[in-house]
Design a binder for this molecule. Structure first.
Ligand SMILES: [Zn+2]
Length: 117
């Protein structure tokens, strides 16, 4: 994806060189079109930089989800449902029962489970 930024930078340099050459051409329409082209290219470069950054974070997220080894989340079905805490169950703790808190790192779904001793 870094290549596409290089391509746009090259295109911007070409437009800049055309502007230099265009100084010798007394054609208002030519100059206006060249100015428009330079603006469009600068805008495209910014948008591409955003897409490159978004793509990198999406890849990271996808890798996180596909390589997850937790339980399946009852809400989103990804294997990112993991235990975050455990404690004696408020009612059945005296009998050895535990309450485990689970949270999904993909969708944020939380649930507690009663675990028999
Ligand atoms: Zn989930």
């Amino acid at each position: 994806m870094a290549d596409i930024l290089t391509t746009v930078s090259t295109a911007i340099n070409l437009a800049t060189r055309l502007r230099e050459i265009g100084k010798n051409i007394e054609d208002a329409e030519f100059k206006n079109l060249l100015a428009d082209l330079s603006l469009e290219l600068a805008d495209a470069k910014l948008k591409i930089a955003d897409l490159v950054s978004e793509n990198a974070s999406l890849k990271e997220k996808l890798n996180e989800v596909t390589s997850a080894t937790g339980e399946r989340c009852p809400s989103c079905n990804n294997r990112t449902f993991k235990i975050i805490s455990t404690r004696p169950h408020p009612t059945f703790g005296d009998l050895g029962a535990k309450e485990r808190e689970y949270k999904c790192s993909t969708c944020g779904f939380e649930e507690s489970k009663l675990v028999d001793p």
